[in-house]
Design a protein around this ligand. Structure first.
Ligand code: FE
Ligand code: FE
Ligand code: MG
Length: 170
């Protein structure tokens, strides 16, 4: 681990490592939420939505890699046991017990909104103090904003589809 990395980080490094480990736990849970949700999902537009959810899952895994790498650079240890994920994560894991596509999408949307807040917080905490973590947080934040937008678009399309069907029946 490079000492310079810690020296130039002009902030409470242990607090930052704690925040990054919470984010790491959230990324793994987001990965699984997308992955299992895509598999159990039922309902209209499934064939369109499923590959996008699996792509998002892969992107969450990429975020976990970035965050774990930064924790190591800062001299910390990434969470070593998956049993820690639930207690570290501030974004709750939502079990997809109802496989209906809208329910799955709403669960993913809640996760994205929580992730947006997480990286907003890390970006604020590191602003002007730790450029490297700051830049990483912004990069991930931009992905999470795109994820939120994708999910909202799917939900709007489903709403539109339901409206069209209602009109046909009148
Ligand atoms: Fe993510
Ligand atoms: Fe995301
Ligand atoms: Mg997308």
């Amino acid at each position: 681990m490079g000492n310079k990395a810690i020296e130039i980080a002009n902030l409470d490094v242990s607090k930052l490592i704690q925040m990054l480990n919470e984010a790491l736990a959230e990324e793994w849970l987001a990965y699984y939420q997308y992955w299992v949700g895509a598999r159990v999902m039922e309902g209209p537009m499934r064939s369109e939505v499923e590959p996008e959810l699996l792509l998002h899952a892969t992107e969450e895994l990429g975020h976990a890699e970035l965050v774990a790498g930064r924790i190591l650079q800062l001299g910390g240890t990434p969470l070593l046991n998956p049993s820690q994920w639930a207690s570290y994560a501030k974004c709750p894991y939502e079990e997809p017990t109802d496989p209906y596509i809208e329910v799955i999408l709403e669960q993913n949307l809640a996760g994205e909104r929580c992730a947006i807040q997480r990286y907003e917080d890390i970006a604020q905490f590191t602003h002007g103090k730790d450029m490297s973590t700051h830049q990483m947080a912004i990069t991930i934040l931009n992905d999470e904003l795109e994820h939120e937008h994708d999910i909202q678009d799917f939900l709007a399309d489903l709403e539109r589809l339901k409206e069209d069907i209602r009109k046909m029946r009148l």
